[in-house]
Ligand binder design. Sequence first.
Ligand SMILES: NC(=O)c1ccc[n+]([C@@H]2O[C@H](COP(=O)([O-])OP(=O)(O)OC[C@H]3O[C@@H](n4cnc5c(N)ncnc54)[C@H](OP(=O)(O)O)[C@@H]3O)[C@@H](O)[C@H]2O)c1
Length: 435
Amino acid sequence: MRRARETEAAASLPTRHGDLEIHVFRLGDETEVVALVHGEIAGDEPVLVRLHSECLTGEALGSLRCDCGEQLESGLEQVGRADRGVLLYLRHEGRGIGLFDKIRAYALQDGGLDTVDANVALGLPIDGRDYTAAAAVLRRLGVRRARVMTNNPTKLQALADHGIEVVERVPIEAMPNRVNGSYLRTKARRMGHLLDSEPSMSSAPARNGHHARPAVTVHYAQTIDGRIAARTGDARWVSGESSMQLAHELRASHDAVMVGIGTVLADDPHLTVRLVEGRSPIRVIVDSTLRLPIAANVLADRTARTIIVTTPSATQERARAIRSAGGEILRAHADDSGAVEMKDLLRRLRGIGIGSLLIEGGRGIITSALRDHVVDRLTVCIAPKVIGEGVAAVGDLHIDYLRQALTFSSARFVTCGEDLIFYGEPKWEDLPQTA
Ligand SMILES: NC(=O)c1ccc[n+]([C@@H]2O[C@H](COP(=O)([O-])OP(=O)(O)OC[C@H]3O[C@@H](n4cnc5c(N)ncnc54)[C@H](OP(=O)(O)O)[C@@H]3O)[C@@H](O)[C@H]2O)c1
C-alpha cells in the first residue's frame, strides 16, 4: 500500500540562539517553508513572528550589499529569547526574483542604478514575494495572534489579509555598513520600509517616545583597552578606513552632529560628510565660555551650519566675534558647575527642528549624555590596538557595583574592516535614576 506523501518534518535544533525546533512544510509541489520555533506557539497568546526571506549572498557569503545576514541573526536571536517565537525562513531569494536575476540586478547597480530601478530595468517585479504559504504555515502551527518583527508594512498587511491577527510591529534594525547605507535608504524612501536610522523623528526608537529632545546616537572609536585618544590627546586615527566611512554614513543620516569644545581644541575637526555620499549635518559645539578659536575648521569650512551652544556667562564680545566668523550662538542654562546643562541643550536643539543628533565625543560630552540617560543608541567602533594610558571613552557614571552596569537591548557586534562595531540601545528603565 502506498503511503500518503508526508507534508511536515520536525526535529529539535540546538542553535547558538537557543534550543529551537525546526519544522519543514511542503505545500503544493514546489514550496518548502522552514519554521524555527521557540516555546509553545499554538493558541491565543501573541507570538513573536519573523518572516525572513532567503538571501544566499547576505547570509552565507558575507555580502555587505544588503542587511539580510544581520536581520537573520537578529531575528533568530530575538526568537530564541522570546517565550513564544517563530522565524519562517521563506525561499524568496532576491525578493522573489531568484538568485540569477538578483545578480543581474546587482550588475546594473554596479553601473549606478538603485535596487528599485535595477529591477524595473530588467522588467522584474520590485518585490515579487507572496506570503500565502507563510500564513498557511503559521495557521498549521496554531499561531493566531502575531507580534511581527519587520520594517516592511507589506508583511503586516499580508498576514492580516490571511487571517492572522497582527497585534504589534516590532522593529528590526540593521547597522548601516560602509556599503549598504544607500541600499537601506532606498528601501526606506522607495519601498516604504520603516527604518529607524532615517534622519527624521522616526529615528527616535519608538518605545522611548521622546518628543522634547532629538533621538540621540552616541558614536565613538576606541582601542581595545577603552581609549578614545592617547595621553597627548592624539586621536588620529583610532579606527580603520571602513569604520571611518561608517562614521560618515552616520553623520549623513542624522540632522546634526555634536562634539564638546575639548574635541575641537584637540582635533580641529570639520565634522562634514566626505567619505560617503550624503548631506553634511548641522554642527553643534558645546562650549560654555566660548573658547572656540575663530580659525577653527567648523567655522572656516562653510559646508554646513555651525551652532555653538553656550551659557549665559559667555561674553557678548566673544559671541559677536564668533557670529561674524559665521557661527550661530545658542544660549542654554548652565548646570551647577557652570557647564551647559545637557537636558536643556537637547530641548533647545529640538526646538529649532533637530530631530536626530549624533554625539561624536569627546569623553566629557559622552559622559554627560550617558549620565543624564539621554542616549537612545550607542555605537562603538573597537579598533584592534592597545595604548595603555590615555583618554578613557567614558568618565564617572556614579556606578559602584557591576550589578548597576548599564546594559543594552538589541546588542550586537558586527565586523567592519579590521574593526568591530558594537551596537546597542541602553536599558535606562533598569537603572536607578540620578538627580
Ligand atoms: N576616538 C574618538 O572617537 C574621539 C571622538 C571625539 C573626541 N575624541 C578625543 O577626546 C578628547 C577630548 O575629550 P574632552 O572630554 O576633553 O572633550 P569634549 O567632551 O569634546 O569637550 C568637553 C568640554 O565641553 C565643555 N562642556 C560644556 N558643557 C558640557 C557638559 N554638559 N558636559 C561635558 N562637557 C561640557 C566643557 O568645556 P567648557 O566648560 O569650557 O565649556 C568640557 O571641558 C580629545 O583627545 C579628542 O581627540 C576622540
